[in-house]
Structure formats: structure tokens, C-alpha cells
Design a protein around this ligand. Structure first.
Ligand code: GAL
Length: 357
């Protein structure tokens, strides 16, 4: 009998174990999505990494209210068995913002769209993210990088900055090109980088893809063999098309892009494109969303294209339905990427299961 109070005490001390959420069988886009502890998953603008039989989800940890538009905690990590992707375990905070007000990642900065890749050569996990310095709105337009020895971290912040100062693009525009004004302005100090993703090609070359040039043009920059630096080689894509929220995947030897237009937190019509190589040339394929609310991409904005492990060719469109008044309540819109006439399409599904694809 005396065991019971002891057990109760133990459970109270371990709330995570005390209230296990129910096992879920389906993804329900737009609904509250509980982790294994019964808490709404807090990993927005997320990115994913397949590692040792699990998929690891990294995203922005949001706090309640409008304060959720800045970073007060850091990057939250969750994991799920690779053949599940519906039930997620809380793995804690992978990268913490700093208490030091002089740090680039001081609490109150804007730290968005973290993405993690694994470097087999250095055996490090490398995280890149969009960083805005505290108190400067979206003016800094930097990228930050952090590394860790273990997938869950803790990640050590290395540095932040603009991209490839003094280096011209491989497909450099002609002087006077009306779509290259900001490219030329930023050449000496480095190119701007806001919304971003990472993509590792089959040969192990990693690319950093980001909204640049005041968001008017995407750039695709090659990373070095440690994945922690740019090599100086980069390409401009979709000049003057104002695309952001980039997500990339490869299927049947072709590279596909899904992104959004540029309307802040408000959803707009998604964009898609295809290319024979990551660096382009990219050909636009139009808005992939179909059906009611296609013009608003089912009220969502892309963050990642997640290949389903063990199901070649099956890719999940992972997106955010933002709530800028209370970002902790932002929802996840995950839909399977379907195909029509050789183009990726996104049909609304109120509930679906990756395992059933
Ligand atoms: C969106 C962007 C978000 C965030 C927001 C701020 O366009 O995709 O990641 O930066 O703007 O308004």
C-alpha cells in the first residue's frame, strides 16, 4: 500500500510519463496534433532528418501570444519511428537561444525555419536557420549555423551572417538587369537570406536555398564538405518572382520545388517548379494546390518536402497554418504529394495515413 503514494509522487515528478497521449493512426491537417505526452507539437517552420530508423523533426518553439513571433526558447526537436510519422516523441530543445544580450541568437531574436543535415565526414549534425538580430525586425536577413555531435543536440551556435560576400553568382545577371538591383547592392557585403531550406543531393553535395534580394529572387548556394560554410558558388532562381518558404525533393531523376508567394503570415497560392539539377534551370509548374481554398494552399505555407522512408517516390508536403496572434497554436498542414500530368498536386484530406500510401 505504501508503494502507491510513492508511485503517485514519481508520476507527478514525471508529468511527461504520467499523461501519455493516445496512439494516433492518422494525420489530421489543421487539428491540434498531440505528441506522446499529449501536448500540441511545438516545431513550426520545421525540417526533417532521417537518422537511425527515426525521423527527427526540428522546428521553431513558439510561446503564447504575439511574443511567439520572436524566439524565446529555440529549436524544438521531436522524433517518430520512420514507418510511423503520426506519433511523435518530445526530444526537447536542440538549440537554445542565448541569455547573453550580445549573442547573435539572444532571446528575443527571430529564429525561423531551422533545418538539420548530417555530415558523414565530420560526423556532425549541422543546423542552418534564418536569423534576424533582436530589435531589428526583418532587416538583418542573415543565416545562422550550429553543430552537434548527437542528433538531439545540444547544438552549438557557430556564427551568422549574409551569404558569400564579394562573390558573384554563377549565373550572374547583366549590369542594369531590373531584377538584380539588390543583388548588385549586396554583392560586397553578402546576399540577404530569409526563408530557407537545405537539400542534400545523391552525391552528398548540400545546398542552402533561401529567399534573397529583398525576397524577390531565390538563391541556391553550395555548402562545403563540412556543410558549415558556403563554397562561394551560388545560382539565382526565379528572379523577380517573390517566392519564399522553399521546399525541395527529388523524384525519378528530377528535382521539384514547392514554395509560396510573399504575403507574410497570410497564406497565398503556392508555387511549384521542376529542374534537371538542383542549381536549375527551373521551370515553373504553377500552383500545386487543388480544390476549395487552392488559392490559399489550404490555408498553409510550405516548410518541407518529406520523403516517406521505405516508400520511394512518396513525399509529404509539410506546411504551417500560421497564427501570428498566438503562434503556439499554429497548426500543421501535411498532405501527401499526388501527381497529375507530370505535376505535383495537393488535394485536401481531412485525415490520412502515411503507412497506407
Ligand atoms: C513569412 C515567412 C515566415 C515569416 C513571416 C514573417 O512570409 O514565410 O517564415 O518570416 O513571413 O512575416
Amino acid at each position: 500500500m505504501r508503494l502507491l503514494p510513492a508511485l503517485a509522487l514519481l508520476l507527478a515528478a514525471l508529468p511527461a510519463l504520467a499523461v501519455p497521449g493516445p496512439r494516433q493512426t492518422q494525420i489530421r491537417p489543421g487539428e491540434l496534433w498531440e505528441d506522446a505526452n499529449g501536448n500540441h507539437i511545438n516545431a513550426h517552420g520545421g525540417g526533417f532528418l532521417l537518422h537511425e530508423g527515426r525521423v527527427w523533426w526540428f522546428g521553431e518553439h513558439k510561446v503564447p501570444g504575439e511574443a511567439g513571433n520572436q524566439a524565446w526558447v529555440g529549436v524544438h526537436c521531436y522524433s517518430s519511428p520512420a514507418d510511423d510519422l503520426v506519433n511523435w516523441r518530445d526530444e526537447g530543445i536542440a538549440l537554445r537561444v542565448s541569455d547573453d544580450p550580445a549573442s547573435d541568437i539572444a532571446a528575443g531574436c527571430i529564429l525561423e525555419r531551422p533545418k538539420v543535415i548530417y555530415n558523414a565526414k565530420t560526423r556532425k549534425f549541422v543546423m542552418w536557420f534564418h536569423l534576424e538580430l533582436k530589435g531589428q525586425g526583418y532587416g538583418a536577413a542573415r543565416s545562422g549555423v550550429a553543430v552537434a555531435d548527437s542528433v538531439v543536440g545540444p547544438y552549438t551556435f557557430l556564427r551568422s551572417g549574409r551569404i558569400n560576400p564579394g562573390r558573384p553568382a554563377q549565373n550572374a545577371p547583366a549590369p542594369g538587369d531590373p531584377n538584380a538591383k539588390h543583388y548588385f547592392r549586396d554583392l560586397p557585403g553578402g546576399q540577404m537570406a530569409r526563408d530557407m531550406t537545405l537539400f542534400v543531393d545523391d552525391d552528398g553535395t548540400a545546398y542552402h536555398i533561401y529567399a534573397s534580394e529583398e525576397n524577390a529572387t531565390l538563391q541556391i548556394a553550395e555548402l562545403d564538405d563540412t556543410y558549415t560554410q558556403h563554397t562561394g558558388r551560388y545560382w539565382r532562381a526565379f528572379p523577380g518572382r517573390f517566392m519564399e518558404a522553399p521546399a525541395l525533393f527529388k523524384k525519378d531523376g528530377k528535382y521539384y520545388f514547392i514554395g509560396s508567394g510573399c504575403t507574410g503570415w497570410a497564406p497565398n497560392a503556392a508555387r511549384s517548379a521542376v529542374a534537371p539539377a538542383v542549381i536549375g534551370p527551373w521551370t515553373e509548374l504553377g500552383n500545386p494546390a487543388r480544390g476549395p481554398n487552392a488559392e490559399k494552399t489550404h490555408f498553409s505555407q510550405s516548410t518541407y518536402a518529406l520523403p516517406i522512408p521505405g516508400k520511394p517516390g512518396q513525399v509529404i508536403f509539410c506546411a504551417d497554418r500560421w497564427n501570428p496572434k498566438n503562434q503556439i497554436d499554429s497548426r500543421y498542414i501535411w498532405l501527401p504529394i499526388e501527381w497529375k500530368d507530370g505535376k505535383p498536386i495537393l488535394n485536401w484530406k481531412p485525415a490520412w495515413s502515411p503507412a497506407a500510401l
